[in-house]
Design a protein around this ligand. Structure first.
Ligand code: B3K
Ligand code: ZN
Length: 873
């Protein structure tokens, strides 16, 4: 397989003025006719290059005449037409087999219905076309299908015409007035019903809202519809963005490689991110659905109206749109809790990616398979980069910058550079050195130290930055890092921050954003009488790893006094990390771990703080995950990490049993769908988990009865999760009951698969292997694969990395089998093996052997090949 490089980018030589597509739909044999009006953009005789993948060519005409064989070359993935007139009409015909398409890219069948997935390069599996995001054109689409099996025929834009045809067939024509790249094309056809609503935009446009699902799911659409309307209103109010067509459609399909897709006017969703009722979906599901619905809706501006010039610019739309959906969710809930979740996500998934062989800049420089670059780095780190820009130019400046960006580039395919320039032009702020965030991979480290001088009443903060080497980038330059901070005096009050060189004019602020731009920099604060405790990187103002020589007492002090909710949580996390890593060392030395009294005291205080929001209490009482702890170790010791964390959970469960129980019982009746009620339920279930951690009979019986009495899926899962690590009748009966009740409901059964795959109990690998033969499991469905195998490989380090190598074997065999069906999903699963160098010699050897087996296999996909070969490089 060949690498595509950013430096090779060349603008298109032809413009497609319009395209007409005609689909004669049949699951075994679909005929696609395409008619393009073309204009050559360059002088001379530039040939027309069309992309195609696994496509035949049934007919080719130019300006109504067959085009001679000697003026075309048909390569495996390209069709090149020579000597075309400077303007012409090209018509071609292809035939597809949607039912046989298991890769779920291009046109395929899911649940008996037709649907498409074109981003990034799926359109070339439908017809020959310049399948690149900088070729925008106006689409008219005609769909024809069997009326009985396909009563609904949808495509992008507005409906134009429908009608009946002989032989029980019918047709529909759709026209999308907005020029778009081929990756935003979509069609859906099948036996679907819809929930309908209306939205009036602030300028008075009436929009018809529709959510299409299979009939038996119609009672699970309310939440998605409410979320959509909230998102539409929020984007008007927050960013002045209004919807632009007369109809907005969402279709839920069961077989989908990702979460959802923002096709213009016709979003196609993984049903997991649409369908929800309290009986079938947890609070987390409800929140995730609201977020994904919003994300895809926000793409209508950040992605569709202004799109990417090439796929190296992917973060232009994804980083920005993730930032927008994060802000939306923050406004619907507790901002600090949302920030905590986003940072946990970033640290547990993006930081490891950035420290491993798949590390790449937010704007990558090369790829073999673009689908492998829909990564945590492009999405989540990309969103952090946008957030830092907002921090640097201020909220109002950011809004002006975004307005300018949309106004300047509406209808264009642009680059991240265009985005940054709009921010600069609108605000006057120089973001020159900041651009390095797009180019340089790796997570920067900030080593900070403080020194108080009583004689001069000054506090010197010294900041050193560095960034570890990443593939192809051995040397790193210093970045522009916004460091939001405060200094707390001994009573916990924030001090006025007067820096050396400030004027005497206004009263100094109590919080500042320091511009860290050099490898080493010192900031001297004046008028600091007593040694302060610094509160650093408030709100996680940059995606970096911060180190400061805090004592246990400093961290306990910050937990009690920091005015920044995020940093109060962070202080508790850092305290827990210190304690857990000390236990890991003890275990490695053959000693018994012990519960640190400072941690116990901190937990007791937080647990009794009735004034704090339940959601924040729950976050503060959640120990750092095994993955995050692993990141702090030179050589990862999965067993010691797992044992330390389990020990601490059990010890805290025992030591504070009375308090867990009291808080649990006080929260017993927590109903409602708002963020406050969700926070109460989260805390309730966390208390139950701590109560059950030591495995005492009484606590397990409580969980069992909570399972019996649960009113909704949140309560059911809370009870089940508390039981999962304790093999025995309570757990087994509850699991059996769950399976019997939800066997017919794939999305709910996925929770049952994931619970078992995540269990720390002995025999988990055997269980996962047995579950692959469960009638509800299928390698053909990405959600099933993610629930069972994804959870096992990415969310269960102690069993996946079992010393006997059986975890690796199971996952490797699944990757190989899956690769023949669905390369994208197989490649995702393969990323679980790439950080093999982080483990001890014996595990390294087994993981490397697994990767070599994958690379060596003849006929594997480029997707999986790219992941495995980068890991071995
Ligand atoms: N843009 C899509 C992702 C497409 C995946 C291509 N393999 C979903 C999203 O980010 O909104
Ligand atoms: Zn997106």
């Amino acid at each position: 397989p060949r690498a595509i490089r950013l430096e090779d980018y060349a603008p298109p030589q032809w413009r497609v003025d319009t395209v007409h597509l005609d689909f004669d739909l049949d699951p075994e044999r679909t005929r696609v006719r395409s008619r393009m009006e073309l204009t050559r953009l360059v002088d001379g005789s530039a040939p027309l290059v069309l992309n195609g993948q696994d496509l035949g060519l049934e007919g080719l005409q130019v300006d109504g005449r067959d085009w001679p064989e000697d003026r075309r070359s048909l390569e495996p993935e390209r069709l090149v037409l020579h000597d075309l007139p400077a303007t012409c009409v090209v018509e071609l015909e292809t035939v597809l087999e949607p039912r046989a398409n298991t890769a779920l890219e291009g046109l395929y069948v899911s649940g008996g219905n037709f649907c498409t997935q074109c981003e990034a390069e799926g359109f070339r599996r439908i017809t020959w076309f310049p399948d690149r995001p900088d070729v925008l054109t106006v689409y008219t689409v005609r769909l024809e299908a069997d009326r009985a099996t396909c009563p609904v025929l949808l495509s992008n834009g507005n409906p134009v015409e429908t009608g009946d045809l002989p032989g029980g067939r019918h047709y529909a024509v759709w026209h999308d007035p907005f020029p778009k790249p081929s990756y935003l094309f979509a069609l859906v056809a099948g036996d679907l019903v819809c929930q309908q609503d209306r939205f009036t935009t602030r300028s008075g446009r009436e929009v018809d809202l529709r959510i299409y699902v299979q009939r038996h799911n119609l009672d699970r659409c309310d939440h998605a519809m409410v979320s959509l309307k909230k998102a539409m209103r929020w984007d008007e109010e927050t960013f002045g963005r209004e919807y632009d067509l007369d109809i907005y459609m969402i279709v839920a399909v069961d077989d989908f490689n990702m979460g959802a897709m923002e096709n213009k006017g016709l979003n196609v969703f993984n049903s997991k991110y649409v369908l929800a009722r309290p009986e079938t979906a947890t609070d987390d599901d409800f929140v995730a659905i609201e977020g994904v619905i919003a994300h895809e809706y926000f793409h209508n501006w950040s992605g569709n109206r202004v799109t990417c010039r090439d796929w190296f610019q992917l973060s232009l739309k994804e980083g920005l749109t993730v930032f927008r959906d994060q802000e939306f969710t923050a406004d619907q809930s507790l901002r600090a809790v949302k920030r905590i979740h986003d940072v946990q996500h970033l640290r547990s998934l993006q930081f490891p990616e950035d420290a491993g062989p798949m590390a790449h800049p937010v704007r990558p420089r090369s790829y073999i398979e673009i689908n492998n670059f829909y990564t945590m780095t492009v999405y989540e780190k990309g969103a952090e980069v946008v957030r830092m820009i907002q921090t640097l130019v201020g909220r109002e400046g950011f809004r002006r910058g975004l307005d300018l960006y949309f106004q300047r580039h509406d209808g264009q395919a642009v680059t991240t550079e265009d985005f940054v320039r709009a921010m600069e032009d609108a605000t006057g702020r120089d973001l020159g050195p900041f651009r390095l965030w797009y180019e340089q991979a790796g997570t920067p480290r900030l080593e900070v130290d403080g020194h108080h001088d009583a004689a001069t009443a000054t506090y010197r903060l010294t900041v050193r930055q560095s960034c570890p080497p990443t593939p192809d980038q051995p040397e790193k330059r210093p970045m522009h890092i916004p460091l939001r901070m405060a200094l707390l005096d001994p009573s916990g009050r924030p001090l006025p921050l007067r820096l050396h060189g400030d004027g005497d004019g206004e009263a100094p602020p109590v919080e500042r954003v320091l511009d860290v731009t050099e490898a080493e920099q010192t900031f001297v604060f004046q008028g600091v009488e007593a040694p302060p405790v610094p509160s650093l990187l408030r709100g996680f103002s940059a995606p970096v790893k911060l180190q400061f020589p805090y004592t246990h007492e400093d961290l306990a002090f910050l937990m009690a006094h920091d005015g920044d909710d995020f940093n109060r949580w962070e202080a508790g996390q850092q305290l827990a990390v210190k304690v857990l890593l000390a236990q890991v060392r003890a275990l490695q030395a053959g000693e018994e771990p012990r519960l640190d009294p400072a941690l116990e005291a901190a937990f007791a205080r937080v647990l009794e703080d009735e004034a704090l929001d339940a959601a924040l209490v729950a976050e503060a009482l959640t120990l750092p995950g095994e993955g995050y702890l692993a990141e702090q170790m030179e050589v990862v010791d999965v067993d010691a990490i797992h044992r330390a964390r389990r020990f601490t959970r059990q010890a805290l469960g025992r030591a504070l049993a009375g308090r867990w129980r009291a808080r649990h019982d006080a929260l017993a009746d927590s109903r409602g769908g708002d963020a406050v009620a969700m926070g109460r339920r989260r805390l309730r279930d966390l208390c139950l988990a701590y109560l059950c951690a030591p495995g005492e009979k009484e606590a397990l019986a409580l969980a069992r009865s909570r399972y019996e009495q649960a009113q909704d899926m949140t309560g059911t899962m809370g009870a089940l999760r508390a039981l999962m690590d304790h093999p025995g009748p309570e757990r087994d009966e509850a699991l059996a009951d769950f399976e019997a009740r939800w066997r017919q409901d794939p999305l709910v059964l996925d929770k049952w698969f994931a619970l078992q795959a995540a269990s720390g109990a002995p025999g988990t690998r055997e269980r996962v292997e047995a579950l692959m033969a469960h009638p509800g499991f299928s390698l053909r469905n990405p959600n099933r694969v993610r629930a069972l195998l994804g959870t096992f490989a990415m969310g269960n380090p102690v069993h996946f990395h079992a010393a006997d190598g059986e975890g690796y074997r199971l996952v490797t065999e699944a990757i190989l089998e899956l690769d023949a069906l669905n390369p994208q999903v197989a490649a995702r699963l393969a990323t679980s093996l790439v950080r093999w160098r982080r483990f001890d010699a014996a595990r390294q050897e087994r993981m490397r052997a697994a990767l070599e087996r994958i690379v060596a296999r003849p006929g594997g996909s480029p997707d999986v090949y790219e992941v495995a070969s980068r890991a071995l490089a």
